[in-house]
Every structure is written in structure tokens, then in C-alpha cells.
Design a protein around this ligand. Structure first.
Ligand code: FAS
Ligand code: PHB
Length: 389
């Protein structure tokens, strides 16, 4: 087979890139190791920035998002039994949209099918070749045969554990990482959200987040030690722990029900530099990871592929390689801004077992600063709502 751009991974980054390129008339093939149902079964992000909504509109995959997505103008922080609202819209003029990553992925899969673009699911042993030269190649096994895709460029959109970044000689990159000593135990339930907006709670027992997918489906998280196993958490144990970390108003409003999904996500900060290796470009979680506290992961991935799509379009349409040459530098500025904010939000709201008295008092002072300073609230709001494309 031959195509212009071979995309590794059919998560949100790969699917959105494929859609944007397809809309620009650039032929592309996506190679994905899992089945469509497996990809859809992963419950992940829930908050879309305006830039991500714009990218999905450009991709022709935003109709259901506009029908079913919930615009949110604020978030609430809860600590010491009290709540403090951050008025995102008043402080920035922008909102965020509550719309699950699963639905984004579903919409992108449908849009890709309508475009008639090729996606190869359940591809085994994907390998990348020749991207340091002029004739890159992707190989994979399927149905007992080995297949090859000759292409002009490869987009590595295969997530943190993918093959793309691992195909780059270690000496050609620098990796920056912070692994947190805790994870997020998440539960999805068909119960009404306990509040109209998201509640981020800081408590001496640990962080908790009250989010949602719709007005009848909620998404909750509690911070747990990295050593925790999801099988040790019954629904009852989860609901009791969550309730214990909430202010009285939130605790009284919590409606519990059976967990439709329950999983533990590890938390880490990670960046690979650069993002380009000859004719291989990394985008999304293949290039960077943020702790989900800042709701940045999916949105960073969308920004990466919108930028990469524009650069590849300029290359093919105008024979102008300039944007490809600056892709890495341009995106790394945005990536490190999101990494800082996600690290800061995580440090602000989580319990660190080794924290001394000084660190705990600084954490409280940071939270009090948000109550007393509009400038501090605006800084949080600007980073949370993100930048337009
Ligand atoms: P993804 O990991 O989503 O997709 C990569 C795709 O590549 C997958 O389908 C995978 O099967 C495929 N792949 C991997 N290796 C391959 C190979 N060798 N060959 C072919 N295909 C391969 N972000 C938030 O904003 N909020 C959250 O609450 C949140 N929760 C998360 C929970 C978990 C457990 C994880 C892992 C991430 C979470 N994130 C969250 C971040 C998440 O939303 C990512 O930012 C988002 O999925 C990034 O999308 P992709 O870059 O497409 O990577
Ligand atoms: C979610 O709804 O899954 C979600 C929302 C906000 C976050 C992280 C996750 O910061």
C-alpha cells in the first residue's frame, strides 16, 4: 500500500489528524493495534477546551458535541468544608464543554467512515522504518500476513506506550518525567451529578473530583496510593471514601449507584523533546503526558494534530515546509505551559504523604490566595479554559 501520511494509533489524536488531513485532500491511513470497541471502551477525558471544539468543527465531527455537550462557565474548589467558585467565563470570556472522550472518538470514527478513509484495526507488530530518510515505511501483521505502507510522513499518535517514540534512537531525544506517588481511582455511574459544575476537592484524606458526562451520568475520582488495586475497591467503599472528602453540601447532594466502569489511572508528567525525527512526527500522549488534574491531556493532543495538519497541508498544497520545521518548537511551548499548569493544579490539590508542615501550609496559602485574589483566579481560569486554536 501507499499513502501520503501513515498515522499510528486511532485514539483521539490519530483520528482527529486523519480527519483534518482527509478534509484537506491529503491521503492517510491509520494503523491501530486494538479493535474499535476496545478503543471506545477506554473511559478517559471529559472536558474540551474551545480550541478542541474548533478543531472538531474543522474536522466535521462536532454536530453531536453541539447537541449534547454541556457548556460550563465555572468550576468549584472545595477544601476545609467550604466551596469557592472560579468564574471561568467572567474571568476569561471563554467556557469549557463537558463531552466525554469516548463520544469524541465515536464521532471521529463515524466521520472517518463517511470520508471513506482507510483504518486498519487489530494490526499486530507495527514497526516504523526509514523515517530518517526520504522513504518511510510502516509494517504490520494482520490475518497471518505482513503488510507494508510506503508513505511520505509518519505521525506517531500511539499514546505513551506506543511504538513510535520507542522507534527513535534514545540518543536522538531527551525525556523529562515526574511520576507521582498516587493515581486516580475513577468511577462512571448513571447517577445525576452532585452539582451543576465540576467540584475539585482537596482533603487531608486525599484529592477527589466530581465530574460528569451528562445530566444523568457522573464521573468521580478519588486519589489513591500508586500501590492500590481496583479489585480492592467495592462500589460501597468508593462512595464512602468519596463522600468523606467532600464538603457537607456536596456530600449531602451525592447520589450513588452501581459503577458502570471502575479503573485506576497512574499520574505522571512527561515530555519528549523534540517532537520531530526526520519524517516522523509525534503528537498527543506519544509525545507528552500530563496529570489529568488540569483537564489538559486530550486538549493538548487536539492542539498538536491541528498544528501538524496545518503544517502538512502547507507542505503539500504550497510546497512550503516551514511549518513542519517549526512544529516541534511551536508545540513544545504550548506543551510545557500545560505541563506547568497540570503540575501546579496537582500539587495544589493532592495529598503528598511525605509533605512536611511547611508544604501543607503553603498548599493552604495557595488555596486561600485564590479566594482573596482575582488575579490568582484569572491565572487559573486562563490556563484551565486554554487558548483558541
Ligand atoms: P491514546 O492513548 O488515547 O491513543 C493511542 C492509540 O494508539 C490507542 O488506541 C492505542 O491502542 C494505539 N496504539 C498504541 N500502541 C500502538 C501500536 N504499537 N500500534 C498501533 N496502535 C497503537 N485526559 C484528560 O484530559 N482528562 C482525563 O480525565 C484523563 N484521564 C485519563 C485516564 C487514563 C487511564 C489515561 C491513560 C489517560 C487519561 N487522560 C485524560 C489523557 C487522555 O485523555 C489522553 O490525553 C488522550 O487519550 C490522548 O489521546 P492520544 O494521544 O490519541 O492517545
Ligand atoms: C473527567 O470528567 O473525566 C475529568 C474532568 C476534569 C479533569 C479530569 C477528568 O480535570
Amino acid at each position: 500500500m501507499r499513502t501520503q501520511v501513515a498515522i499510528i494509533g486511532a485514539g483521539p489524536a490519530g483520528l482527529l489528524l486523519g480527519q483534518l488531513l482527509g478534509k484537506a485532500g491529503i491521503d492517510n491511513i491509520i494503523v491501530e493495534q486494538r479493535s474499535p470497541d476496545y478503543v471506545l471502551g477506554r473511559i478517559r477525558a471529559g472536558i474540551l477546551e474551545c480550541g478542541t471544539v474548533q478543531a472538531l468543527e474543522r474536522a466535521g465531527a462536532a454536530a453531536r458535541l453541539h447537541d449534547e455537550g454541556l457548556p460550563h462557565e465555572g468550576i468549584e474548589l472545595s477544601w476545609h468544608g467550604r466551596r469557592h467558585r472560579i468564574d471561568l467565563h467572567a474571568l476569561t470570556g471563554r467556557k469549557v464543554t463537558v463531552y466525554g472522550q469516548t463520544e469524541v472518538t465515536r464521532d471521529l470514527m463515524a466521520a472517518r467512515e463517511a470520508l471513506g478513509a482507510r483504518t486498519i484495526y487489530e494490526a499486530d507488530g507495527v514497526s516504523l522504518h526509514g523515517f530518517d530518510g526520504e522513504r518511510p515505511l510502516v509494517r504490520y501483521r494482520k490475518d497471518g500476513s505482513t503488510h507494508e505502507i510506503a508513505c511520505d510522513y509518519i505521525a506517531g499518535c500511539d499514546g505513551f506506550h506506543g511504538v513510535s517514540r520507542q522507534s527513535v534512537p534514545p540518543a536522538s531525544m531527551r525525556q523529562f518525567e515526574r511520576v507521582y506517588p498516587f493515581g486516580w481511582l475513577g468511577v462512571l455511574s448513571d447517577t445525576p451529578p452532585l452539582a451543576d459544575e465540576l467540584v475539585y476537592a482537596s482533603h487531608e484524606r486525599g484529592f477527589a473530583l466530581c465530574s460528569m458526562r451528562s445530566r444523568t451520568r457522573s464521573r468521580y475520582y478519588v486519589q489513591v496510593p500508586s500501590s492500590e488495586r481496583v479489585e480492592d475497591w467495592s462500589d460501597e467503599r468508593f462512595w464512602n471514601e468519596l463522600r468523606s472528602r467532600l464538603d457537607p453540601q456536596a456530600a449531602a447532594s451525592l447520589q450513588t449507584g452501581p459503577a458502570l466502569e471502575k479503573s485506576i489511572a497512574p499520574l505522571r508528567s512527561f515530555v519528549c523533546e523534540p517532537l520531530r525525527f526526520g519524517r516522523l512526527f509525534l503528537a498527543g500522549d506519544a509525545a507528552h503526558i500530563v496529570p489529568p488534574t488540569g483537564a489538559k491531556g486530550l486538549n493538548l493532543a487536539a492542539g498538536d494534530v491541528a498544528s501538524l495538519s496545518d503544517a502538512l497541508t502547507a507542505r503539500y498544497r504550497d510546497n512550503d515546509p516551514a511549518a513542519l520545521d517549526t512544529y516541534s518548537e511551536t508545540r513544545l511551548r504550548r506543551i510545557w505551559k500545560a505541563e506547568r499548569f497540570s503540575w501546579w493544579m496537582t500539587s495544589l490539590l493532592h495529598r503528598f504523604a511525605d509533605a512536611d508542615g511547611f508544604s501543607s501550609r503553603i498548599q493552604q496559602a495557595e488555596l486561600e490566595e485564590l479566594v482573596g485574589s482575582e488575579a490568582a483566579c484569572r491565572a487559573l481560569a486562563e490556563n484551565y479554559v486554554g487558548q483558541p486554536l
